[in-house]
Design a protein around this ligand. Structure first.
Ligand code: S3P
Length: 169
């Protein structure tokens, strides 16, 4: 089986959905942001603050090459900008978690750890700028997706069921 790659905007729930799919299947999961934080032994926030976005994107590139060359049969959740890697479609089946911007924001601010969830995301510091980024990326996400799953107002179980069923086809 090829890999499954979850893409979508910051805070849409890629990590939570990945954990739910793991519960419901025999897949193992990895996350591109987690890999980068391990490589660098520091948080994404610190990487952006000390070395800037370009440096972070170069790390994503390194990860994308490794994924394409060395990873199989795995569920891969990604940072919200990882979809820009040019080899994305060679890595596996691309599943977009789709949701309107206001639902994503609602999901973040209703989280018990909302302040932390926002603080750790350098590109979500200004609401207007985040919305602009969402608008800019929306079509690009859709153009790359093999499968699009609407995740707004749905249970994790429901979302995971739909993904498992659609990727098996
Ligand atoms: C980013 C999303 C983040 C993280 C980094 C950049 C983006 O991941 O990779 O802050 O460009 O959208 P999440 O989607 O998990 O927030």
């Amino acid at each position: 089986m090829s890999n499954i790659i979850l893409i979508g905007f910051m805070g849409v729930g890629k990590g939570s959905v990945a954990r739910q799919i793991v519960k419901q299947s025999n897949l193992m999961a990895i996350d591109t942001d987690d890999i980068i934080e391990s490589m660098e032994n520091r948080k994404i926030k610190e990487i952006f603050a000390s070395d800037g976005e370009k440096y972070f994107r170069d790390l994503e590139k390194q990860v994308s090459i490794w994924l394409e060359q060395s990873v199989q049969n795995t569920l891969i959740s990604t940072g919200g900008g990882f979809f820009k890697q040019e080899n994305l479609k060679n890595i596996g089946k691309v599943v977009l978690l789709d949701s309107p911007f206001d639902k994503i924001y609602e999901r973040i601010i209703n989280h018990p750890n909302a302040a932390k969830k926002l603080k750790k995301r350098p590109l979500f510091q200004d609401l207007e700028k985040a919305k602009e980024l969402y608008d800019e990326r929306s079509k690009q996400y859709k153009a790359l997706a093999d499968v699009i799953v609407d995740v707004s107002d749905r249970s994790l179980k429901d979302i995971a069921d739909e993904i498992i069923q659609k990727v098996e086809k």
